[in-house]
Design a protein around this ligand. Structure first.
Ligand SMILES: C[S@@+](CC[C@H](N)C(=O)[O-])C[C@H]1O[C@@H](n2cnc3c(N)ncnc32)[C@H](O)[C@@H]1O
Length: 451
């Protein structure tokens, strides 16, 4: 890039940053006002207004682009090469539950590394280096030499099962094998969920789901009392907590009337559980593998026993590669399912649902919808000079796609790819509901019904 266009770009980005920051400040002030004025209806605290959501992603996209313009290109590349060590440091902190340890300390004084070491067992001079790596990103802070406190960011780790899940052994070991699989002349062409970096890392031919069940059966649980299957299922539920408020608010569930929802591959039914709390007209059948449903029942018993007592939820072992047995349900929910599977398997899953659908049944696919850096007519485009997909603000979605590739030969999909899957399955995309979170709701209907 010439220095002239660099200068122009930086100036445009500064204008965008300034405008977005003003919107963010106005929105924050309005939020404070609502909290002070108890007569105003309180929206969900973690769901930003549409204005704040938009300003935030413009701001993040602009910050990301500023870094790229301002930093020396070689240093910037080197930083990316080393970024896996930041993730490794965070994994250590999450596994050692450092945030939980610090949460019990005086928030101004913090805890000395000796005391933290006493509680988590990691050698002090090594742990200091791990924590300092994170302090530079404002994840933890060092108040004085070798004394640490939580920051608002690290505080999010307290009791956070999702993070332990995201940093799980299976994911990080598999990602280390991604390049080996991509350079293998046979495996690079494979679309099989049994021939991915995950199988390479764990020397198995089992899919991840089969593997988790296999190693968890009769296995001694980890020191924290959880089997690998527990970590994944509770992690997926905890993850849903981040996305669910917007998924509940940004789709017109309230207008549906009494509805039967089949949560296909529902896991412990985390998404249904949140919906059940907000929308009393909805009834649910959670379908999954048998072992997972045992946990599902326990989760509902703990978190929403009233739904069990009222008969609003039932659990049904079901393999989504076989014929759907609940015919004519109003909604078939596919929450974070299609992204786990290659296209052929997705078409099988969708065709099984298509055969069970009545004329006005809907399939609601809850997955990220990939917005590429060249943009899409189906998705909102960022203002220039940002990349059409808001650049850095979409980076997490891009890494999540890689995680699906690594574990399953799966992928998050573009609107066009979702349309192609629907067409092959006798379905059509009615609408992509852009939600104020990372996951969107793609509504599918029967292709043969004119709406
Ligand atoms: C990524 S999780 C999503 C869980 C849940 N829908 C959610 O959004 O939290 C994928 C789920 O698919 C389930 N699964 C995998 N293979 C399956 C199959 N053949 N039939 C039914 N469920 C399956 C797994 O047990 C797991 O619970």
């Amino acid at each position: 890039m010439s220095s002239r266009s660099k200068t122009d770009q930086l100036r445009s980005l500064l204008r965008l940053l300034n405008d977005a920051a003003n919107t963010i400040l106005t929105e924050w002030e309005a939020e404070e006002q609502i909290i002070l004025d108890s007569s105003q209806p309180v929206t969900h605290p973690s769901v930003p207004t549409a204005e704040l959501f938009e300003a935030r992603r413009i701001f993040l996209g602009a910050c990301g682009m500023c870094i790229d313009i301002v930093q020396d290109p070689l240093i910037r590349l080197t930083e990316v090469v080393f970024s896996h060590l930041t993730a490794a440091a965070l994994r250590v902190a999450a596994e050692a539950r450092i945030a939980d340890i610090l949460a019990k300390a005086d928030p101004n004084e913090g805890l000395s590394i000796k005391e933290i070491t006493r509680q988590c067992g990691i050698q002090d001079w090594k742990l200091v280096r791990v924590l300092r790596c994170l302090c530079g990103l404002n994840i933890f802070a060092e108040t004085r030499n070798e004394c640490f406190i939580n920051t608002p960011t690290s505080h999010q780790l307290v009791g956070n099962e999702q993070l332990r899940f995201n940093s799980s052994m299976e994911m990080s070991a598999a990602s280390a094998k991604l390049s080996a699989v991509l350079f293998d002349p046979i495996k690079t062409k494979s679309t099989s969920p049994r021939e991915t970096a995950f199988q390479e890392a764990f020397a198995t031919t089992m899919t991840l789901w089969e593997y988790l069940e296999h190693v968890s059966k009769g296995s001694s649980a980890s020191s924290l009392g959880q089997t690998p299957l527990d970590i994944w299922t509770t992690g997926m539920t905890a993850g849903a907590q981040v996305e669910l408020p917007t998924l509940c608010m940004d789709y017109p569930w309230g207008d549906l009337g009494p509805c039967l929802v089949i949560d296909v591959g529902g896991g412990v039914g985390g998404k249904s559980l949140e919906l059940a709390k907000h929308y009393p007209n909805l009834r649910f059948i959670i379908q999954d593998r048998e072992d997972v449903l045992v946990q599902a029942h326990a989760v509902w018993h703990r978190d929403y026993p009233a739904a069990l007592a009222a008969g609003r939820v039932a659990f049904m072992p079901h393999d989504f590669f076989t014929k759907q047995t609940v015919i004519g349900a109003d909604i078939y929910l596919l929450g974070n399912i299609l992204h786990d599977w290659p296209d052929d398997e997705c078409v099988t899953i969708l065709k099984n649902l298509r055969q069970a659908m009545k004329l006005d049944s809907r399939i609601l696919v809850i997955d990220q919808v990939v917005h590429t850096t060249v943009g899409s007519p189906s998705m909102k485009t960022a203002p220039p000079p940002l990349l059409p997909n808001y650049g850095y603000a979409s980076h997490y979605a891009a890494t999540r796609t890689l995680s699906m590739l690594t574990l399953f030969n799966g992928t998050e999909r573009t609107p066009e790819e979702l349309e192609a899957l629907a067409a092959q399955s006798g379905l059509k995309v009615m609408k992509i509901w852009e939600c104020r979170s990372m996951a969107y709701i793609t509504e599918l209907r029967r292709a043969d019904v004119v709406m």
